[in-house]
Design a protein around this ligand. Structure first.
Ligand SMILES: *[C@@H]1O[C@H](CO)[C@@H](O)[C@H](O)[C@H]1NC(C)=O
Ligand SMILES: *[C@@H]1O[C@H](CO)[C@@H](O)[C@H](O)[C@H]1NC(C)=O
Ligand SMILES: *[C@@H]1O[C@H](CO)[C@@H](O)[C@H](O)[C@H]1NC(C)=O
Ligand SMILES: *[C@@H]1O[C@H](CO)[C@@H](O)[C@H](O)[C@H]1NC(C)=O
Ligand SMILES: *[C@@H]1O[C@H](CO)[C@@H](O)[C@H](O)[C@H]1NC(C)=O
Ligand SMILES: *[C@@H]1O[C@H](CO)[C@@H](O)[C@H](O)[C@H]1NC(C)=O
Ligand SMILES: *[C@@H]1O[C@H](CO)[C@@H](O)[C@H](O)[C@H]1NC(C)=O
Length: 751
C-alpha cells in the first residue's frame, strides 16, 4: 500500500513534468529565438539601449541538465566583450541576468523601485557560472492579488511586473484579467440578459472573491469599457508572459452560477451556498450547480472553449469551488463528484488540462476538511492532473498532514501577507527552511516554490528571499550575511549602519513565530479602537527603534537612494505604529484609573500630534499616497460616473470592505490621506467618547462608538475629498523632525 502510494507519488511528479513538457518540443528553435528576444526587450527597458548593448542573450533548451530544469549560464564580459547570458528558457535567462546584476554589479530590482547603477565597464565573469533550479515551477500570485494590488493597473505597470517576474525566475502565474468579458458572452449565450449579468458581477476591486464564489454584485456592475480594456490588457499580458516562456494559468468553471441562471433553467439543480465574510445573501450565498446536473459540463465547456479560442492556452487552469465556502455536504462521494465535474468539463475542451487548485481551503476549515474529505477531492482527479498550491506553507503546511497531498504534485507557497497590509513582518528563518523541508519530506510530491501574497508593495525583503529560494537547493547558509548583501544592493553601496539596522530587523520583526504571527498588521493604529486591543508583539520593540536610529545615521550617505528613502520612511512608519501602541496603553490605563489629565495628554498626543505627523511623513513619498491609488482607479474610468464608482471601490476595499464594515480594515494600509482622513478621526472620536464618559461619570459604550465610527467610515468613503497625487516635503527632513520628537520617549524607557 505504502509502496504503491510512493510509486504513484513519484509517477505523479514525472507524469506532470511530461505532460507539461510534451508541448515544449513543438517549434522549439522558434520559441528559443522568441524568448531570447523577450529578454533583450527586458534588458532595454531596464537598463536602456546603450547599457543593454553590453550583453549578449541567448536561449538554448540544451542548457538544462534534464528537461524542465531551468538553467542559466553567465560568462564573458570585461575588455569590451559583452557579458554572455544564456538560459534554457527566457525566464531562466532573465533569472541569470538578475543574478549578474545582483552579484556582479550590486544592483537591485523591487516593487518600490530599482537601483541600477552599473559599473563601467561591466564586470567580467571570471569563471563561467551555471545555476540550475531544482524547482520545476516558480509560481506567483494569489487569486486575491488581482484585486488588492493589480486591479487598476494599465499595461505600463503590468509590463513592469512581468519583467519583475521574469527576473525572479517565475515560470507559472495566474492570468485572470479579462475573464468577465468571456463570462458575459457565455451568460448571454445561455439566455441571461444584460440586466441579470450586470446584477451579478462585483465591482473591479472585488472580482477576486467573485471568482471564488464568495461574493457577487457588491460594488458592481462592470461597464462595457471595463470589459474592453481588460480584454485587451489580457492579450498584452499573455503575449508577454508567453514570450518569456512563462505559463499563464487561465481560469476555468468552478461550478458557481448567477442567480438568474435559475430563471433561464428552472429545472437546474443548484445549491445555495452559505454566507461569506459577514456579507448577507444580498452579496454572498452563491449558487452552485450540482455536479451531476447535465448543465454542468455544458457551462464549463462553453466557458473554457470561448476563453481558449480567444486567448489560446498553456493547459493549466485555475478553479476554486469551496474556497472558504462550506460545501453542502461532507460526504466524500459528493466532494469527489463536485471535483470530478470541474475536471471533466476542462478535459472535454482540452485533453491536456491540468487543474491548479489553491489548497487554502484545507487549512482554513480544518474541522470540515478531515482526511476523508481532503482525499475525496485530491483523488477525484487523475494523479498529475491536479497541481495543488500549498498556499500558506510557511505557517500552516498541508502537505505534511496529507502524505504530500496523497500523491498529487504540490507547490510550496509563501503567502506572507493578507490584504497587502503595511507593517514590518516576516518569518525569514522559517521561510528559508520551508522549501527544502518540503522537498525532503518522505515520498514528497513537491514540484516547486510559490510567492502568493494577497497584496504586494510591502516587506520587499521577504519576497527577495523567497525569489532567491526558487533557485536554491537548500536554505541559504547565513541570513545575516544575506540581508547585509540585500541592503548594500538595495542602496547601491554597503554601509555599516544600514547593515546593522537590517540585522536588527532580521532578528525582530522578520523573525516572527508563534500565534502573533498572523500575516495581518494588528497594530491599534489601523484597528477599530476599543478598550480591549491586544498590543503584544513577537519582537523586542527596542530593535525597531535602534534600527531606525541607525538608518537615520546613515542618511547623510544614503539619502540619494530612493530605496533607502523608502525604507527610512517605512521603518519610521513602523516606529509610529509602535508609538500608537504606547499611547493607547497610556490612555486605556488613564481611563481605567479615572485620570483625566493623563487621558487628555495621551489622547491629545496621539490624535493631534503623532497621527498628523505620520500622515505628513507619508505624504512625502509617492509610494505612500492614497491619492496615487485613487488616481490609478480614476485613470481606468471613461466617465465621471465610472470614476466615482471606481473611487468608491478603491476606498471601500481599504476600509469598510463592505457597505457596513463587513470585513472591516482587513486590507488596511498606512497611506497619506488614509491616516489623516480615516484612522485619525476614528481615534479622535474614541478619545472624545472616553473623555465624555469620564467627565460625566457614565460608562463607555463600545456599541455606540462603533455605530458612530461606521458613519465616519461611510462618510470618508462617500466623501468628495481629493487626495494629493504628488509628494510634498522632504522625507529625510521630516524623519529627523519625527526622530527629535519621539526618540527621547523611547530613551526615557516608555517603550
Ligand atoms: C515512501 O515510499 C516507500 C516505497 O517507495 C515506502 O516504503 C515508505 O513507507 C514510504 N514512506 C512514507 C513515510 O510514506
Ligand atoms: C544549443 O546547444 C547545443 C548543445 O550545446 C548545441 O548543439 C546547439 O547547436 C545549440 N543551439 C543553438 C541554436 O545554438
Ligand atoms: C431581464 O430579465 C428580467 C427577468 O425576466 C426582466 O425583469 C428584465 O427586464 C430583463 N432585462 C432586459 C434588459 O431585458
Ligand atoms: C443585507 O445587507 C444589505 C446591505 O448591507 C442590507 O441593505 C440588506 O437589508 C440586508 N439584507 C438582509 C436580508 O438582511
Ligand atoms: C441535486 O444535487 C444534489 C447535490 O449533488 C444531489 O444530492 C441531489 O440528489 C440533486 N437533486 C436532484 C433532484 O437531482
Ligand atoms: C529567530 O528566532 C529563533 C527562535 O525562535 C532563533 O533560534 C533564531 O536564531 C532567530 N533567527 C534570527 C535570524 O535571529
Ligand atoms: C530589548 O532590547 C533592549 C536593548 O537591547 C534590552 O535592554 C531589553 O532587555 C530587551 N527586552 C527584552 C524583553 O528582551
Amino acid at each position: 500500500m505504502a509502496a504503491a502510494a510512493a510509486a504513484a507519488a513519484a509517477a505523479a511528479a514525472a507524469l506532470l513534468a511530461c505532460l507539461l513538457l510534451s508541448r515544449a518540443g513543438a517549434g522549439m528553435a522558434g520559441d528559443e529565438a522568441r524568448e531570447a528576444a523577450a529578454v533583450r526587450g527586458l534588458l532595454s527597458r531596464l537598463l536602456g539601449a546603450r547599457a543593454a548593448a553590453g550583453f549578449s542573450v541567448s536561449v538554448n533548451r540544451s542548457l538544462a541538465p534534464r528537461p524542465g530544469a531551468d538553467t542559466f549560464r553567465l560568462s564573458g564580459g570585461g575588455g569590451g566583450d559583452p557579458v554572455q547570458v544564456a538560459g534554457s528558457s527566457g525566464v531562466a535567462a532573465a533569472a541569470g541576468l538578475h543574478r549578474y546584476l545582483r552579484d556582479f554589479c550590486g544592483c537591485h530590482v523591487a516593487w518600490s523601485g530599482a537601483q541600477l547603477r552599473l559599473p563601467d565597464p561591466l564586470p567580467a565573469v571570471p569563471e563561467p557560472r551555471t545555476e540550475s533550479t531544482p524547482n520545476r515551477y516558480r509560481y506567483y500570485q494569489n487569486v486575491c492579488t488581482q484585486s488588492y494590488s493589480f486591479v487598476w493597473w494599465g499595461w505600463a505597470r503590468w509590463e513592469r511586473e512581468i519583467d519583475w517576474m521574469a527576473l525572479n525566475g517565475i515560470n507559472l502565474a495566474l492570468a485572470a484579467v479579462g475573464q468577465e468579458a468571456v463570462w458575459r458572452r457565455v451568460y448571454l449565450t445561455l439566455g441571461l440578459n444584460e440586466t441579470e449579468i450586470d446584477e451579478y458581477f462585483t465591482g473591479p476591486a472585488f472580482l477576486a472573491w467573485e471568482h471564488m464564489g464568495n461574493l457577487h454584485s457588491w460594488g458592481g456592475p462592470l461597464s462595457s469599457s471595463w470589459h474592453r480594456k481588460q480584454s485587451s490588457l489580457q492579450y498584452q499580458i499573455l503575449e508577454r508572459m508567453r514570450s518569456f516562456g512563462m505559463k499563464p494559468v487561465l481560469p476555468a468553471f468552478a461550478g458557481h452560477v448567477p442567480k438568474a441562471f435559475t430563471r433561464v433553467f428552472p429545472q437546474a439543480n443548484v445549491t445555495h451556498l452559505g454566507m461569506w465574510g459577514h456579507f448577507n445573501c444580498t452579496y454572498s450565498c452563491s449558487y452552485l450547480l450540482a455536479p451531476e446536473d447535465p448543465l454542468f459540463p455544458v457551462v464549463g465547456s462553453l466557458f473554457l472553449r470561448e476563453l481558449t479560442q480567444e486567448f489560446g492556452t498553456d493547459h493549466i487552469y485555475s478553479a476554486d469551488t469551496f474556497n472558504e465556502m462550506e460545501p453542502p455536504s461532507s460526504e466524500p462521494a459528493y466532494l469527489a463528484a463536485a471535483t470530478a465535474a470541474v475536471y471533466e468539463a476542462m478535459i472535454a475542451v482540452d485533453v491536456d488540462a491540468v487543474w491548479l487548485l489553491q489548497g487554502w481551503l484545507f487549512q482554513h476549515q480544518p474541522d470540515f476538511w478531515k482526511p476523508p474529505q481532503v482525499k475525496a477531492v485530491l483523488k477525484a482527479v487523475p494523479l498529475g492532473r491536479l497541481l495543488v498550491l500549498d498556499l500558506y506553507a510557511e505557517s500552516k503546511p498541508v502537505y505534511s498532514r496529507t502524505d504530500s497531498f496523497y500523491g498529487q504534485p504540490f507547490i510550496w507557497c509563501m503567502l506572507h501577507n493578507f490584504g497587502g497590509n503595511h507593517g514590518l513582518f516576516g518569518a525569514l528563518d522559517a521561510v528559508n527552511r520551508g522549501p527544502s523541508d518540503a522537498w525532503l519530506f518522505p515520498n514528497s510530491t513537491f514540484v516547486g516554490t510559490g510567492i502568493v501574497p494577497e497584496g504586494i508593495n510591502q516587506n520587499e525583503v521577504v519576497y527577495a528571499l523567497m525569489a532567491e529560494l526558487g533557485w536554491q537547493k537548500g536554505p541559504l547558509p547565513d541570513l545575516g550575511a544575506w540581508v547585509a548583501g540585500f541592503a548594500a544592493q538595495r542602496y547601491g553601496t554597503p554601509h555599516s549602519h544600514a547593515e546593522a539596522a537590517w540585522k536588527l530587523l532580521l532578528q525582530s520583526v522578520y523573525n516572527c513565530s508563534g500565534d502573533l504571527c498572523t500575516g495581518h498588521n494588528r497594530s491599534p493604529l489601523v484597528k477599530r479602537p476599543s478598550l480591549h486591543l491586544d498590543i503584544s508583539v513577537w519582537y523586542n520593540r527596542s530593535d525597531v527603534f535602534e534600527a531606525w536610529r541607525l538608518l537615520l545615521e546613515a542618511a547623510p550617505v544614503l539619502a540619494s537612494s530612493p530605496a533607502f528613502r523608502y525604507d527610512l520612511l517605512d521603518v519610521t512608519r513602523q516606529v509610529a505604529q509602535e508609538l500608537v501602541s504606547l499611547y493607547y496603553e497610556e490612555l486605556r490605563t488613564a481611563f481605567e484609573a479615572g485620570a483625566m489629565p493623563a487621558l487628555l495628554t495621551a489622547g491629545g498626543l496621539l490624535v493631534f500630534d503623532l497621527l498628523p505627523s505620520l500622515d505628513e511623513l507619508l505624504a512625502s513619498d509617492e509610494r505612500f499616497l492614497l491619492g496615487a491609488w485613487l488616481e490609478q482607479a480614476r485613470e481606468m474610468a471613461v466617465s465621471e460616473a465610472e470614476a466615482w464608482q471606481y473611487k468608491q471601490n478603491a476606498l471601500y476595499q481599504l476600509t469598510l470592505w463592505g457597505p457596513t464594515g463587513n470585513i472591516l480594515d482587513y486590507a488596511n494600509k498606512q497611506l497619506a490621506g488614509l491616516v489623516a482622513g480615516y484612522y485619525a478621526p476614528r481615534w479622535k472620536l474614541f478619545v472624545e467618547m472616553l473623555v465624555k464618559s469620564l467627565a460625566e461619570g457614565t460608562p463607555f459604550h463600545q456599541n455606540q462608538f462603533e455605530s458612530e465610527a461606521l458613519l465616519l467610515g461611510q462618510n470618508f468613503v462617500l466623501g468628495r475629498e481629493k487626495f494629493p497625487t504628488q509628494p510634498q516635503g522632504d522625507t529625510v527632513d521630516l524623519v529627523k523632525k519625527f526622530f527629535l520628537r519621539y526618540y527621547p520617549r523611547y530613551q526615557a524607557g516608555a517603550v
